[in-house]
Design a protein around this ligand. Structure first.
Ligand SMILES: *[C@@H]1O[C@H](CO)[C@@H](O)[C@H](O)[C@H]1NC(C)=O
Ligand SMILES: *[C@@H]1O[C@H](CO)[C@@H](O)[C@H](O)[C@H]1NC(C)=O
Ligand SMILES: *[C@@H]1O[C@H](CO)[C@@H](O)[C@H](O)[C@H]1NC(C)=O
Length: 429
């Protein structure tokens, strides 16, 4: 049978239509498949899901626990569902790295020691590891326990980044005293004054403004009518900028970035290297870290990939390791801050697929050699007053003078004694 021109055209149009639908569907999955090499390892760092306000302001009409069913700062059912869905998405993206059956030697999950991040990790894993086959242990529930590791925040220099670091505090103060920072702050004085006098809480920093913005954001999300004074500023470019800018402060200089997010970046990059060298024990394929908006912003900014914004719920950074057919390792970084496919990040000076060794070179300035040592403050990093150099110099001169006097005295004493000793030996002989 021969096809007429018309039916031929029809067929072609049909194929074209099919192709375009397919291509639309795979859109940015294209970037993923066009990356050179085979996917070997993924490191995922995400923010928790939808939560309640952490700490409403004193004059807040919604400042009552009864309006917030799960409690201050706690994950909500929406938040659980968001992470369950992200878990499903991770299952489809990393099906080549993770068996559907849970295997503790394939995956490791760590969370900051905060209820909402721990619960987010668990919700995420419910989506990633819905029990199948032998994993089904109770026919009533489509869920199985999966380990989530954590350490106390005050000891956590890597993920929570809350372990004390005096050098960081010092550099942060220095940055905040800089002309650049002070003139920006001056521009927001009026806004901060307005916020303070209306909210009943002192708003004197960008972070204070961010906390307030966040409470207003959640109340709006939950359809709670804001007081008129708040309606006037919430959503304004001014408050939004002040709130977003706060996310960049802790990593604003390379020194700050090194001490705040350096341990996390070093942890990730060294694990990619260990994995590639086949030294990872157990030889896992996926690491997942559950953390906060600040973690996501700090890490992106440290990578020089942060565009000023508030990382939304479940915002997720993906580090992916691929090897080409000559076993050369490449790193790609994706940012997924919507339910759509993730954005491939253009690593400055390297592109969307960057040789692993080049990553170490590019970020050498923010990878601490020895974080604990670098956090110790030498007198060089202290101010004149702090180190009390005036008094210290006086004391030092005093000590030297005393030492000189003592040694001079001793010298005279020993000369005489020596003489006597010599004499007595002579007598004995
Ligand atoms: C601040 O408010 C804006 C909306 O005006 C919102 O998009 C943003 O996520 C908020 N930031 C935080 C940290 O809540
Ligand atoms: C707020 O109202 C909108 C529109 O009616 C609705 O879609 C949304 O689910 C509400 N949000 C909450 C948290 O109830
Ligand atoms: C998502 O990330 C991009 C790139 O950093 C940013 O420009 C955009 O504002 C973000 N959108 C949301 C909803 O967070």
């Amino acid at each position: 049978m021969m096809l007429t021109n018309d039916s031929c055209y029809c067929l072609r149009a049909f194929v074209f239509l099919l192709l375009s639908i397919c291509c639309l569907e795979v859109g940015s999955a294209d970037v993923q498949t066009s990356l050179p090499g085979e996917l070997k390892f993924a490191h995922v760092i995400y923010r928790h899901g939808d939560r309640m306000p952490v700490d409403p302001y004193p004059t807040d009409p919604w400042n009552d626990r009864k309006y917030w069913p799960t409690g201050w700062g706690q994950l909500t059912n929406r938040g659980k569902l968001q992470h369950y869905q992200l878990g499903k998405w991770l299952r489809s993206r990393y099906s080549s790295l993770l068996d559907t059956k849970f295997d503790n030697e394939q995956i490791f999950v760590q969370s900051t020691d905060v209820d909402r991040t721990l619960m987010s990790a668990e919700s995420n894993l419910a989506g990633l590891y819905e029990p199948v086959g032998d994993d089904v242990w109770n026919a009533q529930i489509k869920w199985q326990p999966i380990p989530v590791h954590t350490i106390p925040e005050k000891e956590d220099a890597m993920l929570a980044a809350k372990a004390p670091c005096p050098a960081f505090d010092y550099y942060l103060e220095t940055f905040k005293n800089s002309d650049q920072f002070q003139s920006l702050l001056a521009r927001y004085k009026k806004l901060f004054y307005y916020l303070s006098s209306n909210s009943g809480r002192v708003v004197k920093s960008f972070i204070d403004a961010q906390y307030l913005n966040n409470t207003l954001f959640i109340e709006t999300l939950y359809n709670k009518t804001l007081p008129v004074w708040a309606q006037k500023v919430y959503g304004s470019p001014e408050l939004t900028y002040a709130s977003n800018f706060a996310f960049s402060i802790n990593t604003h200089t390379r020194q700050l970035a090194r001490l705040k997010a350096g341990p996390l970046l070093k942890d990730v990059l060294s694990r990619l290297e260990t994995k590639h060298k086949r030294q990872l024990k157990p030889d896992r394929n996926v690491f997942i870290y559950s953390a906060h908006d600040t973690t996501v912003a700090n890490l992106l900014n440290t990578l020089k990939l942060f565009q000023l914004h508030s990382p939304p719920y479940t915002a997720c950074i993906l580090f992916e390791l691929r090897v080409d057919d000559k076993d050369a390792p490449f790193v790609s970084v994706f940012y997924k801050n919507t339910t759509a496919e993730p954005l491939p990040m253009d690593i400055p000076g390297c592109g969307v697929s960057c040789p692993l060794s080049k990553m170490f070179q590019l970020y050498d300035d923010v990878l601490p050699e020895n974080w604990a040592d670098e956090c110790k403050r030498s007198t060089l990093t202290m101010t004149y007053e702090e180190a009390n150099l005036g008094a210290a110099t006086g004391i030092l001169i005093g000590i030297i003078a005393i030492l000189l006097l003592v040694s001079y005295g001793l010298m005279i004493y020993y000369r005489r004694r020596d003489y006597k000793v010599h004499n007595s030996y002579a007598q004995m002989a």
